[in-house]
Design a protein. Structure first.
Ligand code: ADE
Length: 242
C-alpha cells in the first residue's frame, strides 16, 4: 500500500510515522508513506497556497492551482483513491479503515484555514472523510488517524495479527476487560473464570462482557446488530432491556 499525504505542515506526521507498528509496516515494505509539502507546487514568488473568499467573509481557503498541480504529479496513472480530510466527510469507522486497507494507492489531502476551493472537490476528490464531529486546525492529525488505523490492519503489518482480529470493533462490539498478573491487586481480584484454564468458558465470558459493555457505553452500536436469542438472554440477565 502506498500513501501520499499532501499537507501544509508535513512535520506533524513525521514522528508518528517513525514509531511502532507504522514504522515496522514501512520497514517490512507493507506500507510506503510519502509526505509532501503543498507549497512545493506553489508558483508565485511568495509560494502562496491560500487566498480570500469570493463573496467575502472571514478567513482564507486553499486555492485550486497548487492542489491540481500536486495531484497531477502524485496521481499520474489516475488510479489513486484521493481522500480529503474534512469535518464534512463520511464518518471514519473501523470498517472504512478495513475497506481502505485493500486499496493500493491512497492520496490524503489535508485542509487548512477554512477549507479548499470547491472545484478541487468536484474534480479531484474520490472520498471525503471526517474523524469526528469537531473541528481540528487542519487535516494533518486526521490523516495520521487514518494512516494509523489502516496501517495496523494491512495484512502482515501487525506481528500479532490475531490481536487486530479480536480487538474492539472487529466483531462490531467494544472490547472485553483485560487482566494480567497478579491475580489479586490492592484487594481487587481477577475474575475466577480467567484463571480456570477452561477456554470455552473464557471465550463465553469475554463475549458476554463485550456485549454488556457495548450495551452500557454504546447502545447505538448494538442497535445496528442482529442479536441472537443467546445475546438477548445475556443482556436481559444483566438488566439491559431492548
Ligand atoms: N479537518 C478538520 N477537522 C477535521 C475532522 N474532524 N475530520 C477530518 N478532517 C478534519
Amino acid at each position: 500500500m502506498k500513501i501520499d499525504v499532501l499537507a501544509l505542515f508535513p512535520e506533524i506526521l513525521a514522528p508518528a510515522l517513525q514509531t511502532g507498528i507504522l514504522r515496522r509496516a514501512q520497514e517490512a515494505d507493507k506500507l510506503a508513506v510519502n509526505v509532501h509539502h503543498l507549497r512545493d507546487w506553489a508558483t508565485d514568488k511568495h509560494q502562496s497556497v491560500d487566498d480570500y473568499l469570493y463573496g467575502g467573509g472571514a478567513g482564507m481557503i486553499l486555492k485550486p492551482a497548487p492542489i491540481f498541480s500536486a495531484l497531477a504529479d502524485l496521481n499520474r496513472e489516475g488510479t489513486a483513491h484521493v481522500i480529503y480530510l474534512t469535518p464534512q466527510g463520511t464518518p471514519f469507522t473501523q470498517s472504512l479503515a478495513e475497506a481502505l486497507s485493500l486499496e493500493t494507492h491512497l492520496i490524503l489531502l489535508c485542509g487548512r484555514y477554512k477549507g479548499i476551493d470547491e472545484r478541487v472537490r468536484d474534480r479531484l476528490i474520490t472520498t471525503e472523510i471526517s474523524i469526528g464531529d469537531y473541528v481540528l486546525s487542519g487535516g494533518e492529525i486526521a490523516a495520521l488517524v487514518l494512516i494509523d488505523a489502516i496501517g495496523r490492519v494491512l495484512p502482515g503489518a501487525l506481528g500479532d495479527y490475531e490481536s487486530a482480529q479480536v480487538d474492539s470493533f472487529s466483531n462490531e462490539l467494544l472490547d472485553y476487560p483485560h487482566y494480567t498478573r497478579p491475580a489479586e491487586f490492592k484487594g481487587m481480584h481477577v475474575p475466577e473464570v480467567l484463571l480456570s484454564g477452561h477456554h470455552e468458558n473464557i471465550e463465553r465470558w469475554r463475549y458476554a462482557e463485550a456485549l454488556k459493555r457495548t450495551a452500557e457505553r454504546r447502545p447505538d452500536l448494538l442497535q445496528q446488530l442482529e442479536l441472537s436469542a443467546e445475546d438477548v438472554a445475556i443482556l436481559e440477565a444483566a438488566g439491559f432491556c431492548r
